[in-house]
Design a protein around this ligand. Structure first.
Ligand SMILES: [Zn+2]
Length: 392
């Protein structure tokens, strides 16, 4: 029913009518990475999840807290939002860690996943609607491999199915040398002489005795990393997603190849309407990583600080920017949280503050601007924002 149909004199304009009868469709104002991304329910949000082999550090938490915030922002403007966060539980790094601990890979993965879920729950990260595990999606990977072979985008070689990846490199905008360096860094093994081109990557590959293995038309084997995420995303959301979220270091090769595989298999492009790659967290001058050992563990912080202080530390900054964590930062965030709660207890100062907070959130998730409004204006604007971002 349109607004004007109740009027006996025919269709009327909106002037003079109660504005509340005409809900503003603010999801059309949503900008990500500087470009408008109008979304229609359901919004499909795919978050690249963990490889469950080690404890959660601040760098991991940043990605998942930001993904949680995006979902909350979309829901706050009435968009039905469905999120998915996968678990990469078939991975050589995980296999090595499980072997080192004398455990079977899936047994070890379930234990690590349990610890991760505890950290996420403590950080008030809402559980996504879908949490696919790679080992449950082997049939979909086999279908993906068959589709890529059928369309000429892959070839079989000695039990492996290789995806032709030069297109993923071309669209990444990276130089050949930089792309080769990243492919080596992330274990894509571009120097493998079996491949027709260094940028081809396995959709399927044979397993050694210690690896998990499943039967396939090409022999016993296991999926490649990028193919796992491509298959899980397609299984949950079909040929495309509205937002593809992950840490900055997943931009290439992982998300470039995931997207290229889905597009090649489905003829639907783009796979991801927009990507959100959350800025890396540095500590002691280097990117926080297990390999360098410069970790700040979420579990350690949670022993001394409220979860809302950790969320505030992660969210009060531009999402795409790398940053360095310093020891005093969490104390500053805890103090700021007190300031925000005090502001929330004040009466409203401005009738426009609530709308201004929403506008800031829709403007590339400008949480620093939204928080500044909340601090200054207090009242309902502050209460609403603290609730939305789970900072209460
Ligand atoms: Zn992924």
């Amino acid at each position: 029913m349109t607004v004007g149909t109740e009027c006996s004199s025919g269709i009327v304009g909106l002037a003079g009518r109660d504005e509340h009868l005409v809900p503003a469709v603010r999801s059309a104002e949503f900008h990500v990475a500087g470009v408008v991304l109008p979304v229609v329910s359901p919004a499909r949000v795919y978050v690249c999840g963990i490889t469950p082999y080690d404890v959660t550090h601040l760098g991991h938490a940043a990605t998942f807290v930001w993904a949680d915030a995006v979902v909350s922002v979309l829901r706050s403007v009435g968009v039905h939002t469905v999120s998915c966060r996968n678990v990469t539980d078939v991975d050589d790094v995980l296999t090595s860690a499980a072997v080192a601990h004398g455990r079977h890979y899936d047994d070890y993965a379930v234990y690590q996943e349990f610890l991760f879920e505890q950290d996420m729950a403590a950080l008030r990260v809402a559980r996504p609607a879908h949490t696919p595990r790679a080992r449950h999606f082997i049939p979909q990977v086999l279908q993906l491999a068959a589709a890529l072979l059928a369309t000429g985008n892959a070839y079989e070689r000695d039990g492996s199915v290789f995806f032709r990846g030069i297109g993923a490199v071309a669209t990444s905008g990276l130089s050949r040398d930089r792309a080769l360096g990243l492919a080596r860094e992330f274990g894509d093994n571009p120097d493998d002489p079996m491949r027709e081109d260094p940028f081809d990557v396995p959709v399927w590959r044979p397993s050694t005795a210690r690896d998990p293995a499943w039967p396939s038309p090409w022999g016993w084997g296991r999926p490649g990393w990028h193919a796992e995420c491509a298959a899980m995303a397609m299984a949950e959301f079909g040929a495309s997603v509205d937002l593809l979220i992950g840490g900055q270091d997943l931009t290439f090769p992982h998300h470039a190849y995931q997207s290229a595989m889905v597009q090649a298999a489905t003829s639907v492009a783009p796979f991801a309407r927009r990507a959100m790659h959350v800025g890396a967290v540095h500590y002691q001058g280097r990117k926080m990583a297990k390999s360098t050992g410069n970790l700040v563990l979420v579990g350690d912080l949670l022993r001394s600080y409220p979860p809302a202080a950790i969320r505030l530390l992660l969210l009060d900054r531009p999402w795409q920017t790398e940053w360095e964590y310093h020891e005093g930062d969490i104390d500053a965030a805890a103090a700021d949280l007190e300031t925000l709660h005090a502001a929330a207890g004040r009466p409203n100062r401005s009738a426009h503050a609530v709308g201004a907070v929403t506008a800031a959130l829709l403007d590339d998730l400008d949480i620093p601007a939204a928080l500044a409004i909340a601090r200054d204006d207090g009242g309902e604007a502050a209460r609403g924002l603290l609730n939305l971002l789970a900072l209460s």
